[in-house]
Write a protein that binds this ligand. Structure first.
Ligand SMILES: Nc1ncnc2c1ncn2[C@@H]1O[C@H](COP(=O)(O)OP(=O)(O)O)[C@@H](O)[C@H]1O
Ligand SMILES: O=C(O)C[C@@H](O)[C@H](O)C(=O)COP(=O)(O)O
Length: 331
């Protein structure tokens, strides 16, 4: 079994950096966007989803990001602080930017998600708004990679990672690659390469690692070779997710293992990656083994894809353990 060394004497378990926005989920299931008659409103955005996932399991969570100075920004902050998430690192931008908004169909597969991110507020985060002291108060800094796609958020994100390294705060990179956010895959692979080198743990799916290998190993599809390539500089663990095929985990000392999925009745495919990261990180900050973390992440993801949203479908600790126990008993 593998333990990840963490600083224990910290006020926060994890700070998540990236976007928090509004998710509007179709009221009707299995209906095309053109025929949907209305949407239900939730807080979403990859980083907010991960923050809520860790918080719902019982972790103490902070956030670094930015929303617009408008009603949607107010709604996002009200929801997150209402959940008990510390928002000392959450900025409000009044330059005319807009809080990120996603509209989704509700289908088990081939599900359209339209994300409105013109002049997105989260990408206005500035280096001078990132506090070294705040990050030094947390066991883990979780970076969601879309924050690297544009300046000044890109510089703010790299600075946050450098602060974390200096204060022995464990750095986790969730690749969170949204192709339309980037000019080219070459640009993306360069900045993701820098961020991966600053990270202790890198979590991504095959397509995301393909993008990160654009320059160094174009066309590579071999997970073992990918892991070997990324297990350098500060990186101790590489997690390669594969949706319904589960995930593979590689450690710096050569140890590797796989985790399968928990089969459920899927309502929508999105939210899986964010709940997976939440379950994994929550386990590690509580001193759990990496193998248990990946199992908890997989279970949290299965619960989430069978739910009606991302944030509100994140499980509590009791729901997570009940789910795992029930599934294992029925094997
Ligand atoms: N249909 C599914 N049923 C159960 N678990 C799933 C399903 N899809 C994904 N998962 C779980 O969520 C994890 C992350 O999902 P994946 O789709 O690979 O991430 P991402 O959304 O970042 O691409 C998977 O490794 C798996 O454990
Ligand atoms: O990430 C977003 O901006 C919107 C999310 O909340 C959204 O619902 C989503 O697509 C999450 O998907 P995931 O990255 O597959 O977990």
């Amino acid at each position: 079994m593998t333990k990840i060394a963490l600083q224990q004497d910290r006020k926060l378990d994890a700070i998540v950096l990236g976007r928090a926005g509004v998710d509007l989920y179709a009221r009707e299931s299995n209906t095309d966007m053109a025929d949907i008659t209305g949407f239900n409103k939730f807080v979403g955005g990859s980083a907010a989803n991960i923050a809520v996932a860790i918080n719902r399991l019982g972790g103490k969570v902070g956030f670094i990001g930015c929303v617009a100075d408008d009603a949607f920004g107010g709604y996002v902050k009200q929801y997150m602080s209402g959940q008990g998430i510390n928002l000392d690192g959450m900025m409000t931008d009044n330059s005319g930017s807009r809080t990120s908004v996603a509209f989704t169909e509700m289908k088990p597969s081939d599900c359209t998600v339209l994300i409105y991110r013109n002049k997105a507020s989260d990408l206005t985060l500035k280096p001078e708004q990132v506090s070294a002291e705040y990050i030094a108060n947390s066991k883990v800094l979780v970076v969601t990679g879309t924050a690297l796609s544009e300046s000044p958020s890109r510089e703010a994100t790299i600075l946050a990672m450098q602060h974390a390294r200096r204060s022995n705060t464990l750095v986790v990179l969730d690749v969170d690659y949204r192709p339309y956010s980037w000019r080219t895959d070459v640009d993306a692979s360069i900045y993701y390469g820098i961020a991966a080198g600053l990270s202790d743990i890198v979590i991504g799916n095959r397509e995301e690692f393909d993008m990160m290998e654009t320059v160094l190993a174009p066309g590579n599809k071999d997970d073992d070779a990918t892991a070997a390539r990324f297990l350098h500089e500060n990186t101790q663990v590489v997690v390669i997710k594969a949706g319904e095929f589960g995930s593979k985990v590689y450690c710096r000392d050569g140890y590797k293992f796989q985790q399968g999925i928990f089969r459920v009745d899927v309502q929508k495919p999105f939210g899986s990656g964010d709940s997976f990261a939440g379950g994994l990180i929550w386990t590690l900050v509580n001193g759990g083994e990496l193998e248990d973390g990946v199992k908890h992440g997989s279970a949290a993801a299965a619960i989430n894809v069978s739910g009606n949203s991302c944030t509100e479908a994140m499980p509590t600790k009791e729901q997570l353990f009940d789910f795992i126990e029930t599934r294992e008993q029925s094997l």
